[in-house]
Unconditional design. Sequence first.
Length: 490
Amino acid sequence: MIYEAKVNDLASEFGVHRNTIRNWINSGVLPAQEGPGRRYLIQYEDYKRLCDKYGREPRISPDPGAAGEIAQPVNENVPKAVRLESKKNPFYSAPNLADICLTCGSCAGACPISGVDDLDPRKIIRMAFFGMEEELIESDWPWKCTMCGKCEVVCPMNVEIVQLIRRIRGQRDRDKVPVAIQKGVITCLEKGNNLGIPKDDFLALIKELGQELAEDCCPGFATPIDVRGARLLVTVNSKQPFAEPESLTWWWKIFYAAGESWTISSEYWEGVNWALHSGDYSAMRTIVKRIIDNIERLNCKALLLPECGHAYYATRYALERWFPESLQQFKIYTVFDLLLEYVNQRRITLDPSKNTKLVTFHDSCNYGRKSLKTFGHGYFDEARTLTRACCPSYVDLVPDREENYCCGAGGGAWASPFGAERVFHGRMKARQISTSGAKVVVTACQNCRDQLQVSLKREFNLNVDVCFLWELVAKSLVMPKRIVGEVQHG
Ligand code: SF4
Ligand code: SF4
């Protein structure tokens, strides 16, 4: 026997809000199938179970005449609505998902790679809605999407498209995840960093870099490793010691000038967390937990993840989701927070006369619109304040801030096999830069820097220099005159 009722009828029957009824249905608490006339079809046993739970007399009975009303007869000629299988569909169960999509297509209009291989975020939403999990998991669309979130900005219904993409990625067999991404995650789990750099090699390298910095411009400097009680724990991107070790010293120079008390851990020093890209929440949690352990072991008060936007986003996300108590124990800085703190507290002095070219800032998706949406704050103004403090001649890209275009390499795309799609996505960014007339592009993300510097400049013939925000700050520093005994390392 089937009980047929509208959401409003059920809400009034059980004395709850209609959204509660929808939640019950979506979560499987009340198994129901969509029927004609916006009614839900509920098996009598399920309806009775709910009535028992809430101490209510059922309005219908399998024994006609025994109690109350008889269920509405179901018209078998009316085509049945698609069964959502909410309990079985791993994508549909998320809040704010496909059940409220209007199919307006705004997301597709905003997505820079919509149309590539028929990719279209609206289609992805509809497929999730129709329970086409297998097709989505097998599809390469979620891996060609950079999870930039531009589609979400324009969605009038706040559908969480990026979250859905990550869920789909997370459902794929791990041996079918793009090799470089999965290898990075596994290597990080097994060896402590994405590239598997041995501990002795890493320590020897950063010590030597510290000696060179001391000889160059920071007398008395020595790389602080495992300094207990240092205020700030600083993570490292394995790409830096592997490919461009001197880039580490830009931050070190700033710390030296600011008189910062900081340290690097000799173990699990990687801040990059590619599990965010592969949708592997378990690995993501493990990698972040190691950072927390380092902070506790070294008794630090704050954390800086200087690598890139996704390292900050993944770590902050994991802290808020799995380790919220940690956020009471230490502060997590973005590169913007810390640099602005130094400037505002006059711990560093910048000389803008060193930079005369026209400069622009590229907002990374993770520090910008995704942080705004997830954590309530996007780092837009801070980035411009710092860039302008170094470069008086400044121009914004159009559009920028929350509406900014992704560089094309987000979501692990830099390491994925879909190079042509990555470059195609980046055409929007290249056009923005070219139109702005800027001669220098500043960014706060390693991923964005690599895509701009290595790929887009060449592919789109861009005549610009690309640099990190902290590189710009380090090169604009007025270095204090310190003597050896004054240097504060930890
Ligand atoms: S913009 Fe939002 S509501 Fe419109 S089709 Fe895309 S997901 Fe659906
Ligand atoms: S997140 Fe970015 S790439 Fe992915 S569907 Fe949305 S706009 Fe397109």
